[in-house]
Design a protein around this ligand. Sequence first.
Ligand SMILES: [Zn+2]
Ligand SMILES: [Zn+2]
Length: 429
Amino acid sequence: MTAPLLIKGGRLVDPSQNLDAVGDLLLQDGKVAAVGGTIAAPAGAQVVEAKGLVVSPGMIDVHVHLREPGREDVETVATGAHAAAAGGFTAVCAMPNTKPVTDNQATVGFVKRQGEAAGFARVYPYGAISVGQQGETLAEFGEMVAAGAVAVSDDGKPVENSHLMRTALEYALTFGIPVVEHCEVMSLAHGGSMNEGVVSARLGLKGIPAEAEEIDAIRCILLAKRTGGHVHLCHLSTKGSVDLVRWGKAQGINVTAEVCSHHISLTEDAVEGYNTNAKMNPPLRTRADVEALKEGLKDGTIDLLVTDHAPHHYDEKEREFADAPNGIVGLETALGVNITYLLEPGVLSLSQLVDRMSCLPAKVFHLPGGTLAKGSIADVTVFDPKRAWTVDPTKFKSKGRNTPYGGHQLRGRAICTVVGGKIVHQLVD
Ligand SMILES: [Zn+2]
Ligand SMILES: [Zn+2]
């Protein structure tokens, strides 16, 4: 039995109930027991002083790679969930491109149980769209959903076969889950390692054109229109993709989309010097793309902010740029990056930021949480939007150190992360 937890005097920001006011929050028996105003501490309650801090519904990251099963040397469900909690996330959705692929009920159940055993952020597994992510046969969505899968994706690569994508969208409708697509036309991206443009030309690296993403994005939007299924587009990186999603939403098509913290904060210029910690798929794009992504987030075209947390071994990232693996870790920097690049410059308001990082992820993926309404699960993020800090990758809870933000000054940091009414992380200076 966890003692009641009283979070006192914070700025309660909860867009799900239009709340932005200083007050107390009481968590009891894993639920929100009372919210707002002055609340007297019940007997035996643990008290957290939150004066000057923001108290929001728990942040949710619907796109992370936790590498277990298969690459426990790089990350485990436990270390990933710990990193999530340290970054202010109370829940994450774990992508299924593990070894073996999470494409069946046993592996989905395994990932879910590893998350529960770790006791940090909640871990919701994805199931694969196709068996072995081979792009040929649909996996058993029903069995995976019964075991705890909240969505399906072949992330790491696209579903190239359009008939399979169409069938996946139809099949997923039965279970009310989104089909989540890594948008990439492989034949067009083939061999590329960064954005195709002036920088790739100067560095002598093969580029990936924006159309490699955009052609897949419009294909999925049109198939969602045809089937009535829900397609969620991963890590959009180009202005053209934002325009296509905006068009799709205007037609009433069931399309949602996400953007990564690195794509709104960095451009292809970060690749200068062949920095492999600036190599990810999709690649960092141009200033104009970054501005369009921010505009999309602001006007609601882009629903969610995610990390695409992708730990890699040090040696792997030490290779030549063209041969180095894609991806960076993000769970412990995302809140600071989003505050520094979106909140501080006024792109998003505080409640919009909480909406894109908590309420909407819960809504789009039909997850518990994303609200501080009385009776909802007691998942809470307490953060200081003004706290200045320097990113030190050696302090990460993640096993991954592959970040482009090492040594960067950020503003905004998680102070206390609460899952089910229990503190799972508290910042110690
Ligand atoms: Zn991807
Ligand atoms: Zn990914």
